[in-house]
Design a binder for this molecule. Structure first.
Ligand code: IVH
Length: 677
């Protein structure tokens, strides 16, 4: 593989792991392993600037917002943090700071890196008025109602001098270890989903459309910083991180525990050691510390890279390691037919958790690490994620270790496996391999797909095994009798399953079904592009290679994969089935082939006050029809405020933010003008 190919492969791998982590909540590799891939990519891209592209994961500020919530723009982008993994790197970091700001001294505000979901909470005149997830860093999801259920988050701030006129508090929503175990016990009793770790539980709770669910979860919010602040009071100081944190605390917000000011870079080292020594006694999961330059003036002068501030860095804890025996290597078959080897380990205690499996990725990795069956191996994990095998302990070999031979046939359907040119993974190409079918169905009903709750992998396996389901369309043809004939299936469970299927079918959008098809290289993002371009699956299936490749963000490789998918007879038949059972979503209004030419594309509008010639929802409809986006709350990123009679507080805010304010006449004129150009 040449460097260019390696870079491209790293990008694809990182994209896939991101998707598994953030969208499916089902990570396959450990955080340190992910970080290593990321670092390697960063390094290669730095060395080979000719390979740079905008879509590289290294160019992303955060992660994409999920659908279902209203989008909400951040007035100041929510950046990510650069990670470092040792105190040597910390030394290099501070030397770099000294190079950037020569002759200056630095103080650092340090706090634990909490492992939860990043959220911004907005207070106006001291009253909680909004909340958004980080999303892609620029735009998140409006989770105001859900955040209002978080019990340690004040709905109104304590007024110690004057309330802040406008305050964006940033922090992490987390669940404590103890609460997490209690929650999982009760989930288990109620036969509900059990969470993999506190982070997933917290993130999953906030991203529920029904606020009744987060209200029942033991969520807490800890502030670690602020976005935009407008606060004029005699006895507050907002020119240091320490000052901001003190104001947040005095206002009644919970701030990250164990935080404090270090007056030198060596004090930061001491802080790191004591935090690491204490980490397992803390009531929350933490995976490192964050050090931020205390002085906001210095912060400003240091600024940001494309992805992260230069004035802050996360120092991760060393991963916990242990030795054990590699008992066997099992090979699993994924949705795309990819054969993934998994290490079966003699159970070993690793940072308080018994570990018996670890990911191995592919045949090349086993070879690269030089692993043999029955080897003593070093394993490591960080947080509650899937552990990894670091290396064999060669000095301990007895000579009885065995070479692992990668299977030449699919372990499930026994047909031959092969690798595509340039790919590291072996695949089973049998279209009706039951393992692929199960994985495919599982993906079809997953959050990214039709989001059908209550149809777990176990049940899918059983349905496939009994021959009741051969395609995704078959799921919707199941009836009560079919289900009740299965072992351990009760009336209530069957009822719930059918209800969930029905809801999935009714709520299915074009974007979701395109994602759910599991076309190679077509994830949520590409599905979005396609759903914005085509009216339904038939139109998409009829699109030619060149037309597809010309869509911005698609390109020839993805276009080829889409064509190949719809050229397969089986997949054509699947579309006919979908239509027959009424699973046939059409593009939502505002999204059709002409979208790119529409006059208000890329413009966002906030509406306020009473309009004369139309109702607000008619105006919103009009904006959508013209390709624009009605949004609920104002931010610096909002394009226009459309103000009718009695506009209220939004008008004042728009003026402060410098947002263009339109009255009804201006608005109609704008459309007319833009239509002409
Ligand atoms: S400061 C511009 N402080 O880590 C700097 N982030 O990897 C913004 N996080 O999205 C972040 N604990 O969700 C900061 N004490 C802490 C943190 C923290 C956890 C998360 C946060 C952020 C992510 C970046």
């Amino acid at each position: 593989m040449d460097t260019k190919q390696e870079i491209e492969k790293l990008r694809r791998d990182i994209e896939e792991h991101n998707h598994r982590y953030h969208v499916l909540d089902d990570p396959l590799i450990s955080d340190p392993e992910f970080d290593r891939l990321f670092k390697r990519l960063e390094k290669l891209e730095e060395k080979h600037p000719e390979c740079a592209v905008d879509y590289s994961p290294t160019k992303r500020i955060g992660d994409r917002p999920a659908s279902g919530f209203l989008p909400r723009e951040h007035s100041v982008p929510m950046y990510s943090l650069d990670n470092i993994f040792s105190l040597e790197e910390w030394g290099a970091y501070t030397r770099r700071l000294s190079r950037l700001l020569p002759g200056e001294d630095f103080e650092f505000w340090v706090d634990p890196k909490l492992d939860g979901l990043a959220v911004e909470v907005i207070y106006e005149q001291g009253v909680l008025t909004g909340a958004a997830t980080r999303g892609d860093g620029v735009r998140g999801e409006d989770v105001t109602l859900n955040m209002r259920t978080v019990r340690n988050l004040p709905l109104r701030l304590i007024e110690f001098t004057a309330p802040p006129e406008y305050l964006e508090v940033r922090g992490e929503v987390i669940i404590s270890r103890e609460d997490f175990h209690r929650l999982n016990r009760s989930q288990l009793e109620n036969r509900d989903k059990v969470f993999a770790n506190p982070r997933n539980a917290a993130a999953g709770s906030i991203r529920q459309l029904d606020p009744g669910i987060p209200a029942k979860r033991p969520l807490r919010f800890f502030a670690y910083g602020a976005g935009l602040i407008r606060w004029d009071a005699p006895d507050i100081s907002l020119d240091t991180q320490a000052g901001i944190m003190a104001c947040l605390k005095r206002s009644g917000l919970a701030t990250a525990p164990e935080a404090g000011l270090c007056t030198s870079e060596s004090e930061v080292r001491q802080y790191f050691h004591s935090l690491e020594a204490d980490r397992h006694n803390m009531s929350f999961e933490l995976d490192g510390m964050v050090a931020k330059i205390n002085d906001l003036g210095q912060q400003k002068r240091l600024g940001f890279t494309a992805r992260a501030p230069r004035w802050a860095v996360a120092v991760k804890f060393r991963a916990v390691q242990a030795r054990t025996i590699l008992e066997a290597i099992e090979v699993q078959v994924g949705r795309t037919g990819a054969l993934t080897p998994v290490a079966r380990l003699r159970p070993v205690l690793l940072g308080g958790v018994t570990v018996s499996r670890a990911t191995l990725h592919n045949a090349d990795e086993i070879r690269a690490k030089g692993l043999k069956l029955k080897d003593q191996v070093l394993v490591q994990r960080a947080g509650d994620v899937i552990p990894e095998v670091v290396r064999p302990i060669i000095e301990q070999r007895s000579g009885l270790e065995e070479e692992f031979v990668f299977p030449e046939i699919c372990p499930v359907c026994k047909s031959g496996v092969d690798r595509l040119p340039g790919e590291a993974v072996y695949r089973c190409f049998n279209l009706s391999c039951p393992a692929k079918l199960v994985q495919g169905l599982n993906y079809f009903v997953s959050k990214a797909g039709l989001d059908i709750d209550g149809l777990g992998r176990k049940w899918i396996e059983i349905l496939v095994d009994r021959g009741l389901v051969r395609t995704p369309a078959d799921l919707f043809r199941l009836n009560r009798q079919d289900l009740l004939a299965l072992d351990r299936m009760g009336d209530r469970l069957a009822g719930n399953m059918l209800k969930a299927l029905k809801q999935g079918l009714q709520g299915c959008t074009l974007e979701r079904i395109i994602t759910a098809l599991g076309i190679r290289l077509v994830g949520v993002e590409t599905a979005k592009l396609l759903a914005a371009r085509y009216r339904d699956l038939d139109e998409l299936a009829a699109a030619g290679q060149e037309e597809l490749a010309a869509i911005k963000g698609v390109g020839p490789e993805i276009a080829g994969s889409i064509r190949a998918f719809f050229q397969t007879g089986q997949n054509r038949a699947l579309l006919r089935d979908f239509r027959e059972i009424g699973l046939w979503p059409a593009a939502e209004s505002g999204a059709d082939s002409g979208n790119a030419q529409k006059p208000l594309v890329n413009e966002s509008f906030v509406l306020t006050g009473k309009l004369g010639s139309m109702t607000r929802s008619q105006a919103e409809e009009l904006i959508r029809e013209m390709g624009g986006r009605p949004v609920k709350s104002l931010s610096a990123a909002t394009s226009y405020l459309l103000a009718g009679e009695k506009p209220g507080a939004k008008l004042a805010r728009a003026k402060k933010l410098g947002t263009t304010v339109l009255d009804e006449e201006d608005f109609l004129e704008l459309i007319a003008r833009k239509q002409k150009t």
